[in-house]
Write a protein that binds this ligand. Structure first.
Ligand SMILES: CC(C)(COP(=O)(O)OP(=O)(O)OC[C@H]1O[C@@H](n2cnc3c(N)ncnc32)[C@H](O)[C@@H]1OP(=O)(O)O)[C@@H](O)C(=O)NCCC(=O)NCCS
Length: 348
């Protein structure tokens, strides 16, 4: 059976840099607080009207495809991970297919938030290994800046997130000692509301009381009501401490699962590229696994948490900096809303 390799990787971040200091114009926060708790110094915000989640993905995809030496006509499947799609439906996959003038290929949208890229990679890996597709484009892209509560009320969430996109081209290889060795996907929905954006949605307070204010007697109100708008119930919600506590357990667990499955230990890793959730979480995981600084890649300081885009963005920069070379053992790991968590172990 062939293995899946990344033959091209690309990234795109918007030009506009938003420093921590700039956020103090909108909310009661400080550069010191943000850096101390998250490690973030700045993030990028997309152009309000000229850039969307899909347009950023297109830029990242063009770079990945050029590096892989393939054209839009060669791509035979798209997997698009995002939690901030251009439309509620259809998903960004078809918008990317249209924007890039691709053939009438399959376009799959993945909604696994921070674990989205690894989930997407895992799905694509199965299609390559089975021989069904030969050139798959996997992208993660987010335009968070459009959906954040920029007032003091939302500061514990809004200071963390940024915009950007990353993409990879996946192809089969028969080359010994290369490719994706295994992927590991997990979920635990028992705390689904701990990190979530509830509205607009069809839940109608079924799972938990008080998430949306609407008048049940009005047939059209449940999805979007004036009360929801007035009470600003359209922003992401997060219990940061609950997320932190779970993340520092599940990250090491899923990394060890991947290493154990393939007979490796943390010391064998050339590079670990964690989802850039929070620098403190990455440092905790590094410490727990006794990894050296040169074995872990972080760029959250410059981009914030870009959810589904964070792993391909970090992987792309690590590769550009020469931190990953052919045959190197690389582990990708993520944890986030759902909760979902995942890892992928690969030989570059
Ligand atoms: C969000 C996070 C940075 C908050 O840090 P924390 O140490 O848990 O802080 P708390 O929420 O307990 O808040 C501590 C204080 O800081 C305040 N605060 C929250 N956000 C603030 C901000 N941006 N600026 C200044 N003060 C802030 C709180 O209001 C609270 O004030 P109080 O003590 O007067 O009530 C932290 O919980 C975290 O990183 N969690 C993981 C989040 C994550 O990774 N999410 C993405 C998952 S993929």
């Amino acid at each position: 059976m062939p293995r899946t390799i990344i033959t091209g990787i690309g990234m795109y971040v918007p030009e506009r840099v938003i420093t921590n200091k700039e956020l103090t114009q909108y909310m009661d926060t400080s550069d010191e607080w943000i850096q101390e708790r998250t490690g973030i110094k700045e993030r990028r915000f997309a152009h309000r009207t000229q850039e969307t989640t899909t347009t950023m993905a297109v830029e990242a995809a063009k770079m990945a495809m050029e590096r892989a030496g393939v054209t839009a006509a060669d791509i035979d499947f798209i997997v698009f991970a995002t939690l901030s799609p251009d439309y509620y439906f259809p998903g960004c996959g078809v918008l990317l297919q249209r924007a890039m003038g691709m053939k009438e290929i399959g376009a799959l949208d993945v909604r696994n938030q921070c674990s989205g890229f690894i989930y997407a990679l895992s799905v694509a890996d199965q299609f390559i290994k089975s021989g069904m597709y030969k050139n798959i484009l996997v992208v993660g892209s987010e335009k968070h800046s459009f959906g954040l509560d920029m007032s003091t009320r939302g500061r514990h969430v809004s200071v963390i997130f940024g915009d950007g996109a990353g993409a990879v081209v996946l192809q089969p290889t028969e080359e010994e000692g290369r490719g994706i060795l295994s992927t590991h996907l997990h979920s635990d929905g028992s705390e689904a509301e701990v990190l979530a954006m509830y509205n607009p949605g069809t839940h109608a307070n079924h799972w938990k009381e008080g998430l949306a204010d609407f008048d049940e007697s009005v047939i059209s109100e449940m999805f979007v009501s004036q009360k929801m708008v007035d009470k600003e119930q359209f922003f992401p919600n997060m219990d940061g401490q609950a997320v932190f506590k779970k993340a520092v357990v599940k990250f090491p667990e899923v990394i060890m699962e991947a290493l154990n499955k393939n007979g490796y230990s943390p010391s064998d890793l050339k590079l670990m590229v964690p989802h850039q959730a929070n620098l403190r979480i990455s440092q905790f995981v590094q410490h727990k696994l006794k990894l050296r600084d040169d074995q872990v890649y972080n760029n959250i300081q410059r981009y914030g948490n870009t959810t589904a885009a964070s792993i391909p963005l970090a992987l792309c920069e690590a590769w550009q900096e020469g931190r990953i070379n052919k045959g190197d053992l690389v582990c990708l790991a993520a944890f986030g809303s759902g909760f979902t968590w995942a890892s992928a172990l690969l030989k570059w």
